[in-house]
Write a protein of this length. Structure first.
Length: 193
């Protein structure tokens, strides 16, 4: 089944700050920015996010657990990374460099949606709806109308498990590569001994 994002979720624009965000070490609210979104990793810890004083501002961009985050600006396909906010810290706000997808349907899992948005098909679909010539922007209204595949929940879970397995394999391959490189470096260092 295909459906538009607006049929299963609300899309929220991140908060636009009036000037550059300056860190306040004793701030009371965390700010999630595009640079904090990493492929294949959920956002679980807010401790490494920039903090500011809230000054009691109100915004729908305050994050909730299981919100799907997507980078809203980039150079093209592959740069509109997505992740899932898994923290229970209610004192976190999304900046305008990201869009927040807050699911309102139980027919789709946030992890599956993020996985689809990061996949080649998802990135290609996003590249068709962004605006701008060189530096692309993903607009809220365009994201709302993006059609996505919504298989049954069990299929979504199977796809997520497959992706997790593949990601674990990639980590192992990377570790093996590092070990091989270390062995070669040690071999050359020991030649002169």
């Amino acid at each position: 089944m295909q459906t538009k994002i607006k049929n299963i979720a609300d899309v929220i624009v991140g908060y636009t700050f009036r000037r550059a965000i300056e860190e306040e070490k004793k701030g009371d609210i965390f700010v999630l920015q595009a640079k904090n979104v990493t492929l294949h990793e959920y956002i679980t810890d807010t401790a490494n996010l920039l903090t500011i004083f809230s000054n009691t501002f109100r915004s729908a961009a305050r994050l909730q657990c299981n919100d799907v985050i997507i980078v809203s600006r980039g150079m093209g396909a592959g740069t509109f990374k997505s992740s899932v906010f898994k923290s229970t810290n209610q004192n976190t706000i999304a900046s305008s460099s990201v869009l927040v997808i807050r699911l309102k349907s139980k027919a789709i899992l946030p992890e599956y949606l993020s996985l689809y948005l990061n996949a080649k098909d998802g990135q290609m679909a996003i590249s068709q709806i962004v605006s701008g010539s060189h530096f692309k922007t993903l607009l809220r209204r365009n994201l709302q109308n993006l059609e996505i595949p919504v298989p049954p929940i069990e299929t979504q879970k199977t796809i997520m498990k497959l992706c997790d397995t593949m990601h674990d394999q990639e980590k192992l391959i990377h570790k093996m590569s590092v070990i091989k490189e270390n062995v070669m470096n040690a071999t050359f260092r020991n030649i002169g001994v």
